[in-house]
Ligand binder design. Structure first.
Ligand code: MLT
Length: 201
């Protein structure tokens, strides 16, 4: 199995599993309570990012805030997609919906753009455009929820809108909402994500 430290919780087959992807400095336990709240009864697959930045786990390398190492993103997205495939076999689970926050949302967006077969859809919380692929994937039928914060000091508003445009152009069904929030999550994120997951899944 790909060497990701991870947490797994079994769930019922009636709803798709969630692939939980934490933010910088988080780990495989961070989003488990949120996953349980948003999708009660769903299987949860939660890897820990393998890149360390001053000891803080993340899912890909960066040169500075918002300055991404695109070659590393490509490698890491492929590596994570391989992990998902192996985990699906090992645990006997369906294609997951990614639930990613911040850096975890960014690697989920990279997977949608580069390895779309890994995911059934995605909830992207405080996401940025991780890269622009040479060729757009076919994302027809994949539902994506993007929730941004109007006062987010990390994510420029037009950057998230650019990602929404790319995903739509690739055929995904994208719901993008900008909430009166910063980079941190709010109750509105929880409510909107839970509702969206109940409908999408
Ligand atoms: C990233 O590096 O992926 C974004 O800047 C979000 C974060 O601060 O982790």
């Amino acid at each position: 199995m790909s060497d990701f430290i991870h947490h797994y919780e079994a769930g019922g087959a009636e709803r798709p599993p969630l692939l939980l992807l934490h933010g910088t400095g988080g780990d495989e336990h961070d989003l488990v309570p949120l996953g349980r709240t948003l999708a009660p009864g769903a299987a949860l697959l939660s890897p820990r990012g393998k890149v360390l930045e001053n000891g803080m786990p993340r899912f890909f390398r960066r040169f500075g805030e918002g300055r991404f190492d695109v070659e590393d993103i490509k490698l890491r997205a492929a590596e994570l997609a391989a992990f998902v495939e192996e985990a699906r076999e090992r645990y006997g689970i369906a294609q997951p919906i990614a639930l990613g926050f911040s850096n975890g949302a960014n690697i989920a967006a990279a997977m949608l753009l580069l390895a779309p077969e890994a995911l059934a859809g995605a909830v992207l919380l405080r996401v940025m455009t991780p890269l622009v692929p040479d060729v757009l994937p076919d994302l027809a039928g994949k539902p994506v929820l993007m929730l941004s914060g109007s006062a987010d000091p990390i994510v420029p508003a037009d950057d998230a809108a650019r990602l929404a445009g790319l995903l739509r152009e690739a055929g995904a069904t994208v719901q993008h909402q900008v909430l009166p929030a910063g980079h941190g999550l709010t109750q509105a994120d929880v409510n909107l994500s839970a509702r969206w997951l109940a409908e999408a899944a």
